[in-house]
Design a protein around this ligand. Structure first.
Ligand code: ADP
Length: 735
């Protein structure tokens, strides 16, 4: 190889080495660059990491300080909570699900008086044990184990009810335990000693108030006695005075004395009744009574007032309703008297109607009665209707002011009806009239009466004449109910036209527009003298005295009770041309042929008050009796033995020996003789309970003062023995 070749070879080799070197240098540079870049990146990362570490460190610092604050707050909250729990005066304790105490405040712990065992961890059972063993709780007569068992049962129930326990020192603690989630129990022990003491005081105050109320009632009873006794003299003497020869002026005075006396008695009775009901002293009695008759009797009493005003008094007594019920007739009568009395008082013209219907009651053998009293009077303004049942409330307006009254009647009626378990209400339209109603449920004391009456075959059609449509309707209802066909006429003239229908009977109203009842009867006596006529009159006294009375067969008092109407129809057999001969004419049963009585009845009256003795003697003046007075109980017992009376009237309050004791003595004597002379109490005591006391003392009957002539005579007649003369056989009739 040539040098040149060698040189060129070397040059080439050098060149190639140089190129390789360049390449390697380039590669090295690239690698360096990469390394530099990487180093840069690394250093950046380190910077970032350092910053992050710093952040974390900062954060950590903050969290630590927050935690410290939170812990401090928690401690404060806990301290405050405990402080509060300690501050409350009631006991407070927590228990875990295993009934172990976790903690309790001092009030709760104080009850245990420092017993070491009572500390966190103690179980409820152990606590109960300590309570009984250490005598901390007063369990009365209960056995300790029984008491603990009760308490434990309660504790373990899901929702324990509150429980009051009494501690040894007389304090009362009410336990209220609340079970929370997880079985923990929060237990509150409230000291209610003050409340219990207060309740006791209230009870005592109530007792005192009741005693005061009783004292008030007996004060009222005594007052009523004191007022009634002289009132007995006033009213009784005025009544007797009216029976004597008086000139017009004197009669006016006597009437005024009697009316004012009676009005005063009404007020006394109202006030007395009201306080009795208030004091819950009113006792309802249950006796059989005739409701229909009771209504008619009341209407009879109102008749005079109603007649003065020209009012019609009507009764619509449900035909299918029994009349005998069991209830407190006196109180029902009192309510009806008030409602009917008001209806008549507040009605100037038109009518007052008592409507009685009965609906079947759920109570076996009882009927729910609806009794309403409708009038066509002044009515009550809508804004006043709500308050008339209140005490002393009256509709105070121009029209009303002229009417007398206490405003207690409706309040008493409402209370009485409530006591009977019923309801009372009113519907009223001012200027048109009112309808007061009440409903009560009463046991029926009889079978339905309608089966009892059958008119005889001759009585098929009745002609009814009344210018009052409501009246015609009621009568029609009653007659058709017993199978008599009716022809209703509004006037006498119309009735005469209907004679062609050949009625068997005419029922005519007394007072009618145009032709009145008597004028019609006179006309009929000419045209159809064979038809019997029944005249219905609200003033039977004047009807009976009328010269035209001879034209009518029977006069009946209006409104007619069904019984009386039916009795009158029955009695017609004797006057009707087709009456059967063999049927005896109805009338009072012929007297049994008793042996001729020989002696007067002997009546003994014990009364310490001179005026009352005078009143009594005047009241029985018309009777054919032998009357003797005793002035006190001792005398009564003596006279009972020497005078041998058939009946004794006995005043209750008398000096030396009162009426009850005297009656007791008489009953003792009778134990030997085997006799029983009726003894009738005469008393001014009108309080309930008195009657029971009086009857329990051996008296048979009971009359309250002021005494009524009719009631006294009724008692005497009832006591007449066979061997005595009829005391009323003398000229003057009773009443
Ligand atoms: P008194 O009749 O004694 O005033 P009540 O308690 O019986 O007391 O009646 C209260 C009031 O109710 C009466 O004063 C009267 O204003 C009103 N009132 C009662 N019944 C009727 C009636 N039928 N029509 C109009 N107002 C009546």
């Amino acid at each position: 190889m040539s040098l040149a070749n060698k040189l060129s070879q070397e040059r080439r080799a050098r060149l190639s080495a140089e190129r390789l070197l360049e390449q390697k240098q380039a590669e090295l540079q690239a690698a360096n660059r990469k390394l530099g870049k990487h180093a840069l990146e690394l250093s950046n990362e380190i910077v970032e990491t350092r910053a992050e570490v710093q952040n974390v460190l900062n954060e950590n610092q903050r969290v630590k300080s927050d935690l410290n604050v939170a812990n401090e707050n928690l401690e404060i909250a806990q301290r405050r909570l405990w402080h509060s729990i300690e501050t409350i005066q009631d006991g407070f304790a927590f228990f875990n699900a295993d009934s172990q105490m976790i903690g309790a405040n001092n009030a709760w712990l104080a009850v245990f008086d420092g017993l070491e065992a009572v500390q966190p961890g103690v179980s409820y059972v152990e606590i109960l044990q300590l309570l009984t063993e250490e005598g901390i709780v007063d369990i009365g007569d209960m056995a300790p184990y029984a008491w603990r068992e009760n308490m434990l049962d309660r504790w373990q129930s899901p929702v324990p009810g509150p429980e009051v326990i009494r501690l040894w020192n007389g304090e009362y603690i009410k336990l209220i335990d609340q079970r929370g989630h997880g079985g923990d129990v929060v237990s509150l022990a409230l000291n209610i000693s003050e409340t219990v003491r207060y309740e006791k005081q209230l009870k005592e105050a109530r007792k005192r108030a009741e005693a005061a109320s009783r004292a008030k009632s007996s004060f009222l009873a005594n007052m009523s006695h004191e007022i009634r006794t002289p009132m007995n003299g006033v009213v009784g003497m005025a009544e007797l005075l009216q029976d004597t020869e008086l000139n017009e002026e004197q009669m006016l005075y006597a009437n005024t004395i009697k009316n004012s006396g009676e009005a005063l008695l009404v007020i006394i009775n109202d006030v007395l009744d009201y306080s009795k009901i208030e004091a819950e002293k009113l006792v309802l009695h249950k006796d059989p009574f005739d409701l229909e008759r009771c209504i008619h009797e009341l209407l009879m009493l109102m008749q005079a007032n109603a007649r003065d005003k020209g009012l019609d008094l009507l009764v619509d007594y449900d035909f299918f309703l029994p009349t005998q019920f069991i209830g407190d007739a006196g109180r029902i009568r009192q309510v009806m008297t008030n409602l009917m009395g008001n209806a008549v008082k507040f009605t100037e013209s038109g009518h007052v109607m008592v409507r009685v219907v009965g609906v079947h009651s759920d109570e076996e053998g009882s009927t729910q009665l609806h009794i309403s009293i409708e009038d066509t009077g002044i009515g009550i303004p809508a804004d006043k209707v709500g308050h008339i049942f209140g005490e002393f409330n009256q509709v105070d307006d121009e029209r009303n002011r002229k009417f007398e009254g206490t405003g207690l009647g409706l309040a008493i009626s409402q209370k009485l009806i409530k006591l009977m378990g019923g309801e009372i209400w009113v519907d009223s339209t001012e200027g048109e009239g009112s309808s007061f109603g009440f409903s009560i449920t009463l046991p029926v004391a009889e079978k339905v009466e309608r089966d009892c009456f059958r008119p005889h075959e001759g009585l098929k059609t009745a002609l009814m004449v009344d210018d009052h449509a409501v009246n015609r309707d009621i009568l029609q209802h009653q007659l058709e109910g017993i199978g008599i066909k009716t022809i209703a006429c509004g006037s006498g003239a119309e009735a005469l036209e209907h004679l062609k229908d050949k009625p068997d009977l005419v029922l005519a109203d007394h007072n009618m527009q145009g032709m009145d009842g008597f004028e019609l009867a006179e006309a009929l006596s000419k045209e159809a003298p064979e038809i019997p006529i029944i005249l219905l009159s609200s003033n039977t006294g004047s009807a009976e005295a009328d010269p035209a009375r001879k034209f009518v067969t029977t006069v009946l008092q209006k409104p007619v009770p069904r019984r009386e109407l039916f009795a009158a129809l029955q009695a017609l057999r004797s006057v009707m041309p087709y009456a059967k001969e063999d049927e005896p004419a109805p009338g009072p049963a012929s007297e049994a042929s008793a042996p001729a009585p020989e002696r007067q009845m002997r009546v003994l009256a014990a009364e310490d008050n001179k005026t009352n003795r005078l009143v009594y003697s005047k009241m029985v003046k018309s009777l054919d009796i032998d009357l003797q007075f005793a002035e006190n109980g001792l005398e009564a017992v003596e006279l009972y033995q020497s005078f041998d009376p058939d009946i004794v009237f006995m005043d209750i309050s008398m000096p030396e020996m009162d009426g009850k004791v005297a009656t007791g003595k008489i009953r003792e004597i009778e134990q030997q003789t085997g006799r029983h002379v009726p003894v009738v109490a005469m008393t001014a005591h009108a309080m309930d309970g008195d009657e029971d006391g009086i009857l329990a003392a051996g008296l048979d009957h009971y009359l309250t003062k002021p005494l009524k002539k009719a009631k006294i005579i009724e008692q005497i007649i009832a006591a007449k023995p066979d061997c005595a003369r009829d005391p009323q056989a003398a000229d003057q009739p009773a009443g």
